[in-house]
Design a protein around this ligand. Sequence first.
Ligand code: NAP
Length: 300
Amino acid sequence: MLTGKTKLLGVIGHPVEHSLSPVMHNAAIAHLGLDYVYVPLSVKPEDLETALSGLTAINFQGFNVTIPHKQAILPLLSEISPMAQAVGAVNTVWRHGDTWAGTNTDIEGFIAPLQALNRDWSQSIALILGNGGAARAVVAACNQLGCKQIQVVGRNQQKLQQFCASWSNTIAAKLQVQTWEQLPQLIPQTNLLINTTPIGMHPHSEVSPLNADFALPAQAIAYDLIYTPRPTKFLQQAQQQGAITIDGLEMLVQQGAAALKIWLQQPVPIEVMRQALQKQLRKSSEFKTQNSEDKANHID
Ligand code: NAP
């Protein structure tokens, strides 16, 4: 039951209506029997600073940050973790006295299913498709894993050069940026191929960032940050070649669990969070199928 004593957590974004975070966080809170609630809050870009003062005033305990505020919030925080500073984006904020501190749990989230494979990454070459916000967390994560080389593929030369120039020396030394035309030469060398573009995401599930005839080396891993559909066309192609495949659901679960751990300062039930997300995704895919069947029936 919500009372005047219930502690407040949430996510700020715009749009935020389709966020899956409330489902997984509230499931964990209920499981732990805590007097907390996690709410989605729609905050327009121009209202970010005002919203932050409001969250302070109403004694929010912490919140997630999603598009379009992940970079914009940095100057409004009194403390930023070195990891979030390197990436240039914050996705988790907590109270720091009367101000706010932030970090980026996307790195921890992305890396978790790879660490579970117990591999030696020191000779690995990572190939990242896309150079947007998520790609930044992935670059930091691949560096943390200890990959020998990190290749980033983008379609806009100017953005690629800015991306390359934005990293510290340690990461810059192993980072190379490339254009999509280079892929046929790059793919056969890669041990870890990661899609950070939205290509293949519902409702465009029939497309892939790669054409069908790419050839990965043996034991390669294909990782797609997308979690609807599961699997994506890209992961289906990679699976057909014998690659190990990972979709974006575990990253979503693990970045959420890492955030909740920061707010609650106690262990969190990751399996409960995973199951809540899986259930919600099943429900929405049933809804989507039903909806398209209804439309098809209507057309008939
Ligand atoms: P973003 O900042 O908009 O970056 C998207 C990147 O993809 C950009 O580099 C963009 O290139 C590139 N791109 C988009 N369409 C393309 C196309 N048709 N051809 C070639 N390149 C294209 O988005 P983001 O925040 O990084 O998110 C990217 C994806 O990751 C989304 O699908 C998101 O749902 C997913 N994601 C998942 C998780 C998770 O927990 N699983 C977390 C974060 C993100 P330009 O810069 O040239 O436009």
